[in-house]
Write a protein that binds this ligand. Structure first.
Ligand code: NAP
Length: 309
């Protein structure tokens, strides 16, 4: 990289990143985005998005991300599908390292989102990609006419289970307690589906396998420790996400779970460094709220840059 200093570098490319890119580009800040090797964020792993306003019949997650990217690029967002390895926010312009190259920017907007959490039950490592997955959209079609389970009680679990009925002969949702975090509409859709069975008060204690891969799981009732088994050749873990902030190495303030903390509006503890989307938000975590915060971060960055001159 030459000695060029960018106005804004955006790290991450979900709805927050692309919206920040759109607004920063339209503010003529000529933003540069490092979108990551797997650009597009969590929506690349989602099937139908039915709750983003403006799509009366819903839209495919990956298609929506292509639209968002094209829209931002039309106004001049420069996108590189590379991962940021580390940052240095101790002096301005800020340092961002990508594949060994150093980039500098007056302002940085972090939109790296969150990634799926694995259960960590006994036998899980060996069966990852051989039957156990965190993405039904990616792997569901491998389980045509099979019996599969989905672990979790939130919207993700309901969505994954409903999606899997396209392929699987039976889908069992395994949830550790009675109550569900899932929205009523998504719970009802799953609960009323003839191919879906819901089993509550069950956790996966151990995964079972044979020469073909996953064959089932030993389930435990958390109330009394009693055990039973379920047969399945596919298992989808949908128990939530963790923020992708490891590369920051503590350069901005975060909470105990690694979510970035805002200090003023969308600015982090470092003036000139902003954050938006699931990397700061463990409450709403919606495409529309991430996009809204991406807009706020770009506007805050623009105002902050103006104030520096
Ligand atoms: P979530 O709402 O946090 O739900 C996670 C679920 O996993 C909870 O039921 C939780 O059980 C369970 N869980 C957590 N750790 C576990 C463990 N170690 N063992 C067993 N179960 C465990 O996560 P999410 O479903 O991924 O949803 C995240 C956000 O995205 C939500 O705001 C949701 O509305 C949104 N979302 C929306 C859509 C949509 O509208 N199309 C689709 C997917 C997600 P407890 O309840 O007992 O803690």
């Amino acid at each position: 990289m030459s000695g060029e200093v960018r106005n804004v570098i955006i790290i991450g490319s979900g709805p927050a990143g692309y919206t920040a890119g759109l607004y920063a580009a339209r503010a003529l800040l000529e933003p540069l985005m490092f979108a990551g090797y797997m650009s597009g964020g969590q929506l690349m792993l989602t099937s139908d998005v039915e709750n983003f306003p403006g799509y009366p019949t819903g839209i495919d997650g990956p298609e929506m991300m292509v639209h968002m990217r094209e829209q931002a690029e039309r106004f001049g967002l420069e996108v590189q599908d590379k991962n940021v390895e580390r940052v240095d926010f101790s002096e301005r312009p800020f340092g961002v390292w990508v594949e060994g190259d150093e980039y500098r920017a007056e302002a940085v907007i972090i939109c790296t989102g969150a990634e799926a959490i694995w259960l960590g039950a006994e036998g899980e490592e060996a069966q990852k990609g051989r039957g156990i997955s965190t993405c039904a959209t990616c792997d569901g079609a491998f389980f045509r006419d099979d019996e599969v389970i989905v672990v979790g009680g939130g919207d993700s679990a309901m969505e994954e289970a409903t999606f899997l009925t396209r392929f699987a002969s039976k889908v069992t949702i395994i949830h550790r307690r009675e109550g569900f975090r899932a929205s009523k509409v998504m719970y009802e859709r799953a609960a009323s589906h003839p191919k879906i069975e819901i089993r509550t008060h069950r956790s996966v204690k151990r995964w079972l396998s044979d020469e073909n891969g996953l064959s089932g799981a030993v389930l435990e009732d958390p109330r009394d420790g009693s055990e039973d088994k379920i047969a399945c050749t596919g298992a989808f873990i949908a128990i939530g996400h963790k923020p992708m902030t490891g590369f920051l190495d503590g350069e901005v303030e975060m909470d105990d779970s690694g979510y970035i903390l805002h200090s003023e509006h969308t600015m982090t503890s470092v003036p000139g460094v902003f954050a938006a989307g699931d990397v700061v938000d463990k409450r709403y975590r919606q495409a529309i709220t991430a996009a809204g915060m991406g807009c706020q971060a770009a506007m805050d960055a623009e105002k902050w840059l103006e104030d520096q001159h």
